[in-house]
Design a binder for this molecule. Structure first.
Ligand code: SF4
Length: 471
């Protein structure tokens, strides 16, 4: 996943753009980028593989001048892309995943369109989106045509002389939210993936964009350019794992959902006696706090994250880098662990290898009496096609369990998805043995949906059930 942020102002906007974009740093670790428009476009892109956005852009932003800008933390490609089109020059940042990117690029190449940002033979998806848009009769027509052409998802910000166009993905897999500084006389508007970027930059939420909705923000305010559609397929994983606790999507706060998830997990655990409740930092903490409040057992920190310098162990592209971060970032406290029966709330189990080696093993080594793991979502069965990669299907812990139980990979895994089936129970027992935990109980889809609080049909639940609504 990536995070995008845009701002327009009557004053220089570079500092706000820098601070707002930085609040998306948990969403990606490949590239950071910023573009501002004053007298001319100014654009900076850096790799953020080895060091944080803050350190790479701190000097840059002071040299950037302009009253409108867009920024990105990208998990994939270099952005923003600058293009001189028949609508004039523009810069663009995107958030999403285009499954048919190579086919669409081949179609454009056949029409004589060229690509400049090619890496290892693959086109840059943001450049592809920019070129699809530039095939339209207008910017909005181009966005509509791009929406119709892509398989996957794409939310974007487009910066030109008119202001910042904000377009939320056609089915709303990723969020986009417009904010306004209460003192509107300054004409200060922003648009963001994460609303956590708003309070400290003194913005208030003005509008959660609807799926497919396009607005233009500039010094005059916000103007609608395309109405939103009714079908929403917002990513449920945003609340469970990917999103920042201080953010809200569709008006629903992430931390509050995580607490509700934890409470529900605790209600199904009346038969388990534990001494302390803990959460795997960072996203497991909200779930654990909910569990502790409901079970009336103390929330404690048997494993403390060494915060300076260690990001999420999931986002770096190489397994080696992920493992190093996972090994080093959690430090056990023997005085809290020894002799205790511990519940560990976790957002989800993807491969399970890091959880086993760098969390559970540390608890046993420090003398835990029992370790009970409680993921806040059901077993992951399908890699994401829309916004957040969960790597290949065979890496998923649930799929490894099924392969081991069946002796082969299955096409139809429905009996392993239904928590009432014997096969589901065997799969969970297999994963529990593999993780070496005392007990393992996953959240159910129904309870996860209840915790989020949106109607089921408005959520993307593809990771868990393999069904998508592409209407
Ligand atoms: S497949 Fe999973 S991660 Fe991807 S958008 Fe759907 S719920 Fe989110």
């Amino acid at each position: 996943m990536s995070g995008i942020f845009g701002v327009v102002s009557k004053r220089d906007c570079a500092e706000t753009l820098f601070c707002g974009t930085d609040y998306h740093s948990h969403l990606g670790s490949a590239y950071g980028g910023m573009a501002v428009l004053g007298e001319d476009f100014m654009r900076q892109i850096h790799s953020i593989n080895q060091s944080q956005f803050k350190s790479k852009f701190y000097e840059d932003y002071k040299k950037m001048q302009g009253n409108k800008g867009i920024g990105v933390i990208s998990s994939l490609d270099e952005q923003p892309i600058y293009l001189h089109s028949r609508f004039g020059p523009f810069c663009i940042v995107t958030n999403g995943f285009v499954e048919n990117a190579q086919d669409l690029a081949a179609g454009l190449l056949g029409k004589g369109v060229s690509f400049s940002e090619v890496s290892k033979g693959a086109v840059n998806v943001t450049e592809l989106v920019a070129k699809l848009i530039s095939q339209g009769e207008s910017i909005v027509d181009g966005i509509e045509k791009m929406f119709a052409a892509i398989e996957g998802s794409c939310s974007l910000l487009l910066l030109n002389r008119e202001g910042v166009y904000a377009a939320r993905d056609r089915l709303g897999y990723t969020p986009l939210v417009v904010g306004r500084r209460p003192d509107a006389s300054n004409g200060e508007w922003a648009v963001t993936t994460e609303t956590a970027a708003f309070p400290n930059n003194e913005f208030e939420v003005e509008k959660y964009l609807q799926p497919g909705e396009v607005v233009l923000i500039n010094e005059q305010g916000m103007a609608s350019r395309r109405p939103g559609g009714r079908t929403t397929q917002v990513c449920a994983f945003l609340w469970i794992y990917a999103g920042f606790p201080a953010s809200s999507y569709e008006g629903i706060n992430v931390e509050v959902v995580r607490e509700r998830c934890g409470r529900i997990l605790a209600r199904r655990d009346r038969d388990i006696k534990v001494d302390i409740v803990s959460g795997v930092p960072d996203s497991g903490i909200g779930h654990a706090l909910g569990y502790a409040m409901e079970s009336r057992r103390p929330y404690r920190r048997p494993l403390v994250k060494y915060t300076p310098g260690y990001g999420r162990s999931y986002t770096p592209p190489s397994q080696e880098a992920r493992d190093l971060i996972a090994r080093m970032k959690l430090i056990p406290i023997r005085e809290i662990i020894e002799g205790n029966r511990i519940v560990v709330c976790e957002d989800s189990i993807v491969r399970g290898t890091q959880l086993k080696s760098f969390t559970i093993r540390k608890l046993w080594d420090a003398g835990a009496r029992e370790v009970h793991v409680r993921p806040a979502c059901p077993p992951l069965m399908f890699p994401c096609k829309f916004s957040l990669s969960t790597r290949s299907i065979s890496e998923l812990a649930a799929r490894r369990a099924i392969h081991s139980l069946e002796g082969e990979d299955l096409e139809d895994v429905s009996k392993y998805i239904d928590p009432n089936c014997g096969e589901y129970k065997k799969m969970v027992e297999w994963i529990a043995r593999d993780l070496e935990v005392t007990t393992l109980r996953y959240q159910t889809v129904d309870d996860m949906v209840r915790a989020i609080g949106l109607p089921r049909e408005k959520l993307c639940l593809y990771c868990w059930g393999g069904e998508c609504n592409r209407k």
